[in-house]
Write a protein that binds this ligand. Structure first.
Ligand SMILES: Cc1cc2nc3c(=O)[nH]c(=O)nc-3n(C[C@H](O)[C@H](O)[C@H](O)COP(=O)(O)OP(=O)(O)OC[C@H]3O[C@@H](n4cnc5c(N)ncnc54)[C@H](O)[C@@H]3O)c2cc1C
Length: 603
């Protein structure tokens, strides 16, 4: 029977960071188990522009779909999740965003010592190595104004860069927001950013290849005799026993690719890094969760904790696509197979061109609507109308909403993240898959502007559908179930009219929009309908095993240990107590790096 000091479940960010850092000590044996295959070196992963090939493909994607969402016209929304070594970073859009310092301060204030902005700042640098852009790209984006190469990461495994993929739209984006009064020169990594900027990408500037969590599993690390990666192996549950009143994780039950079941023993710890949708599933299958639910599925209850699988938060986005002016180019030209072939050739020969990265630009803005910043009194009125202040909310929500209330009233905190994306985007009634979103059925060329709602009030859940590990859990994000979310997102969507009516972006666009009903967003009710029709996820499910005090519905403590256990930890996006602003991969890397220090005892 196999036995290891540490067994890590899942080879996404959390798993690979820990596998690397823990096995640096040659006296410690580490096993990392991944349900998907090891496809390092596969050009479909390595080529940033090929990401559309990965979604819905069972070789790469768990391919979740939500249950019908009543607040979004009963639509069902896809939620791709990486099922491969590298996890979701093997298929993400590569954008590196840093949350405002106040979001980590909120984590700390919610009872998590050691998770404030100062504690986390070094870890936001530790995971990556930044390469400054070429002179042409630096000048095009005016990057020296707000990004200091010396403040970025300099020796982490994941490459971060601004490849030469940007063009007139990115330049116009920056200038347009400046005209609108949103020029700021703060460095995003410092956690005090507002206004427009171009966030770097997890792309290796030299090779044009995707940089992702697999970078932590370099050939030198993989060759360590004390580290073993077991791919194509599903962890079905954690083996738990009771010792002196504590629950102790002694190993895991696995099912390998031939369908054979085995037990592998852990001497020190089992660490769950299976992501926000699968970590709660493994806990519930192991007997940790809501007792009623476990009993319903015939699972013996080891620890009754109804917080498992609850508190699900995600960044939802609304978006509008705009036809581009004659003579301009967008990613929609990739509908032509000859263009694709020419770009593949260019990429193979130069490691550059549009396949080397998505030319996304962003803007962090406070709460705005069609008129500009929403006046404080109006925000207060909205909060009074929609936020329950009569203490009938559970303590977790009361504490969380107190922070969200502060955030939306503070004009220095980004309420939304606007994203420029150079392609048309489509949503459907019923179920919308990634293939639907990325299809290019319209003959004209478009760009899209997406609005990501940074601090959602809605809370969903993910729970087992049966006692079988192969049955996907039920994923119910309850998108827009809190009325404030619709109100906020609709108002942010109204601000799009201002953005596209401002030069120089205005001259790069024509009148035609997707959807057509978005041609005038002055009416708030119409903007709300547009939001419901166009709502999608930005792929950041989090919070389902929240790091919070137990009486507040927490699942792990501030050492990331599962309550009631001696040696079972969780290290992935599920531990977020509160969704931070912006795309979350940098935050997940930072959590994993800090977890490594906690486990090693360096903290
Ligand atoms: C399409 C898409 C685009 C995105 N774009 C961006 C972006 O541009 N910028 C950004 O910052 N973030 C982005 N993200 C989000 C970011 O990539 C994720 O939040 C992050 O990778 C989550 O990491 P994780 O370690 O928590 O989980 P995951 O990456 O989901 O890793 C979990 C791993 O555990 C494995 N696993 C699960 N269950 C089991 C089991 N029972 N046994 C064994 N193994 C198991 C999975 O196969 C997976 O490999 C995107 C995500 C997606 C899907």
């Amino acid at each position: 029977m196999d036995e290891y000091d540490y067994i890590i479940v899942g080879a996404g960010i959390g798993g690979l960071v820990l596998a690397n850092r823990l096995s640096a000590d040659a006296s410690v044996n580490v096993l990392i188990i991944e349900a998907g295959a090891n496809r390092m070196g596969d050009p479909r992963i390595d080529t940033p522009g090929f990401l559309g090939m990965l979604y819905g493909n069972p070789d790469f994607d768990w391919d979740y779909t939500s249950v019908p969402q009543p607040h979004v016209n009963n639509r069902q929304i896809a939620q791709p999740r990486g099922r491969v070594v590298g996890g979701s970073t093997a298929m993400n859009f590569s954008v590196v965003m840093y949350p405002p310092a106040s979001d980590f301060e909120a984590w700390k204030a919610l009872g998590n010592n050691g998770w404030g902005a100062e504690d986390m700042a070094p870890y936001l640098r530790k995971f990556h190595t930044f390469s400054p852009p070429s002179k042409i790209t630096a000048e095009l984006l005016r990057i020296d104004r707000y990004m200091d190469a010396n403040s970025q990461g300099c020796d982490g495994p994941v490459p971060v860069s601004l490849p030469d993929v940007y063009g007139p739209f990115n330049k116009a984006w920056d200038e347009t927001f400046e005209k609108l009064g949103w020029r700021t020169d703060a460095d995003p990594i410092a956690g005090r950013k507002l206004g427009a900027f171009t966030a770097p990408l997890t792309v290796d500037a030299k090779t044009g290849k995707r940089g992702y969590a697999a970078a932590y599993y370099s050939p030198e690390v993989a060759a360590r005799p004390n580290l073993r990666l077991l791919a194509e192996t599903m962890v079905e549950r954690v083996l738990l026993t009771k010792q002196d009143g504590d629950v102790v994780a002694t190993g895991v039950h696995i099912k390998n690719k031939d369908g054979r079941r085995e037990i592998i023993r852990a001497k020190k710890e089992v660490i769950l890094c299976a992501g926000s949708l699968n970590t709660p599933q493994v806990l519930e299958l192991s007997g940790i969760g809501n007792a009623e639910l476990l009993q319903k599925h015939g699972i013996p209850v080891i620890i009754n904790n109804p917080g498992v699988g609850e508190n699900l938060q995600d960044h939802c986005i609304s978006s509008i696509s705009y036809e581009i002016a004659d003579g301009q180019v967008s990613g929609d030209i990739l509908r032509n197979p000859d263009v694709v072939q020419a770009l593949i050739k260019l990429y193979e020969e130069t490691r550059g061109g549009p396949l080397a990265g998505m030319p996304i630009s962003v803007a962090y803005l406070p709460f705005v609507d069609g008129q500009g910043v929403v006046p404080r009194q109006e925000v207060e009125d909205l909060l009074a109308r929609y936020l329950n202040s009569d203490n009938s909310l559970p303590p977790r929500l009361q504490a969380q909403y107190a922070h969200l209330r502060k955030a939306i009233l503070d004009n220095d905190t980004p309420s939304s993240q606007y994203l420029f994306l150079p392609a048309q985007l489509h949503m459907k009634p019923g179920a919308t898959s990634m293939a639907d979103v990325l299809a290019k059925p319209l003959p004209e060329n478009y760009i899209s502007i997406m609005i990501l709602h940074n601090h959602p009030f809605s809370r969903g859940s993910v729970h087992i559908a049966s006692s079988k590990a192969e049955d996907k859990p039920i994923y119910d994000p309850k998108l827009l179930s809190h009325p404030l979310d619709l109100e906020i997102l609709a108002r942010h969507t109204q601000f799009l009219d201002k953005i596209v009516a401002t030069e120089p972006l205005k001259s790069l666009l024509k009148e035609r929009r997707i959807p057509e009903s978005a041609s005038d967003l002055a009416d708030l009710d119409r903007a709300k309908e547009v939001v419901k029709e166009r709502l999608f996820t930005c792929f950041h499910p989090a919070g389902t095993c929240a790091m919070l005090p137990r009486q507040m519905g927490g699942v792990v403590d501030d050492q990331l240990k599962v309550y009631g256990t001696r040696n079972l930890r969780v290290v992935d996006a599920s531990v977020f107590p509160l969704e931070p602003a912006g795309n979350i991969q940098a935050t997940v890397y930072a959590i994993a790096e800090r977890a490594a220090d906690l486990i090693i005892g360096r903290n």
